[in-house]
Write a protein that binds this ligand. Structure first.
Ligand code: ZN
Length: 205
């Protein structure tokens, strides 16, 4: 998917919407990489991903810029292949467990690519995409387990078709093509976090 990039950078404070009424404020941006879900489609899948840009680097705003359509692809040799790439996820969970929302949940984000789940292809149509900052080398942080679980529980409240069994990895819906969230993501630990979460106080778009 290529197109003229919408000039949204630098990201201005005016573009940032905080759910200030809640004690768990979430940073919210609007990615240009989104469109409508097909009519009559219900959200019934959560896809967990892992991402780092450049690979192995966790502390940068490159992921945010990629999803906002304004990554400087000349900034790093590894970014060349990303030139013109239009991708996004509904949410990014950073290493501190801070969550940024890029696409409203009822909209379609562009995270899954060629994919299939239970015989249905094009998982972006019916899935929520959550990117966790990480790689296959270092463990995900306790805050990421906790806050990703909190986010999933809030989504399960909003979309009744979702349940713990309908949270999958990108590698599950695009086997052989995608590795993430990969071997560092401990699904058992995540499912325990899902059960333990009590405060469901995130306000989502
Ligand atoms: Zn992925």
């Amino acid at each position: 998917m290529k197109k003229n990039t919408i000039a949204l950078c630098p990201i201005l404070n005016d573009d940032i919407f905080l759910s200030a009424a809640h004690d768990k404020a979430m940073r919210q941006l609007r990615s240009p990489h989104q469109n409508e879900r097909p009519t009559g489609i219900n959200v019934d899948l959560i896809v967990l991903h892992a991402i780092s840009l450049p690979p192995g680097q966790f502390e940068s705003n490159h992921i945010e810029n990629l999803f906002m359509g304004c990554l400087d692809c000349a900034a790093h040799a590894d970014f060349e292949s990303l030139n013109g790439l239009e991708v996004s996820a509904h949410f990014v969970v950073d290493r501190a467990g801070e969550i940024t929302q890029f696409v409203g949940c009822d909209q379609r984000a562009w995270h899954a690519g060629l994919s299939e789940w239970e015989g249905r292809s094009g998982c972006n149509d019916f899935a929520i995409g959550i990117e966790m900052v990480g790689d296959e080398e270092r463990p995900f942080t306790p805050a990421q387990y906790r806050e990703t679980a909190r986010l999933c529980r809030v989504l399960m409240q909003r979309y009744p078709l979702l349940d713990a069994g309908r949270i999958v990895g990108h590698e599950d819906i695009a086997p052989g093509r995608k590795w993430d969230p990969g071997k560092q993501w401990q699904w058992d630990r995540f499912h325990r976090s899902l059960q333990r979460i009590r405060r469901l106080n995130l306000e989502l778009l």
